[in-house]
Design a protein around this ligand. Structure first.
Ligand code: MN
Length: 220
């Protein structure tokens, strides 16, 4: 168990949110580098550290180990956890965005928050969950498949689904900048810190120049 009295992270109190559900992947240079994949479910972040990080290759079976749920607010954290504390090391938000669950090869409408949460929770409980991620780096379907144990410390595989987005990037972890601050782990090691804490995980036009609102292009 994490000793919450000794770390800067509060225990997870569920938050109430609206709009599409979100996910985050925090790249964390702890004793061993890993990528913390976190899905917003019922107001907290259900979490799986993935030592090698995600892949667009459906043949890559990436190990994921479920850890304690984290507070929703933790999902935008970037900075340095003191070396003496649990998880000491640098953290950046490597990817973030919205997600839905895939049922019968079809993503549930992103706005059907209640239904998605219900299905996501059931999927975590039964050890099989397919999600459609709409991140900046990860787009498309991935499956989480539990292979051993239950709850904290259970082992899962994080697998790219075979959809039209497989193979979209040969090595996505080579894209090593934060999607929120643009910083890398190396930048943090050298003393840089984000200018401000991002307040949400869903994409915004905050940093885009000349951004304007228009209809989505029609898919072909
Ligand atoms: Mn971690």
């Amino acid at each position: 168990m994490r000793d919450f009295a000794r770390t800067p992270e509060p225990p997870p109190t569920p938050v109430e949110r609206h709009g599409p559900l979100t996910f985050t992947i925090q790249k964390h240079a702890a004793r061993r580098l890993h990528y913390d994949f976190r899905l917003e479910i019922d107001g907290v972040l259900v979490s799986w550290p993935i030592p090698k990080g995600p892949s667009y290759d459906p043949q890559e079976r990436r190990l994921a180990i479920q850890t304690e749920d984290h507070p929703y607010e933790y999902g935008t954290f970037e900075g340095v956890i003191p070396a003496a504390e649990y998880g000491g090391g640098q953290v950046i938000v490597w990817d973030a965005g919205t997600y839905t669950v895939i049922v019968n090869n079809t993503p549930v409408d992103f706005h059907d928050r209640r239904q998605i949460e219900k299905l996501a929770r059931a999927g975590v409980d039964k050890g099989h969950l397919s999600v459609f991620l709409n991140g900046r780096k990860l787009k498309g379907g991935w499956t989480l498949q539990r292979t051993r144990g239950k709850d904290v410390k259970s082992q899962w595989l994080f697998l790219k689904r075979r959809d039209q987005l497989q193979g979209a990037h040969p090595d996505i972890t080579a894209e090593d900048r934060s999607v929120l601050s643009g910083l890398t782990i190396r930048d943090l090691e050298q003393g840089a810190l984000p200018e401000h804490r991002a307040n949400q995980l869903a994409p915004t036009a905050e940093h885009a120049s000349n951004a304007y609102r228009r209809a989505l292009p029609r898919p072909y």
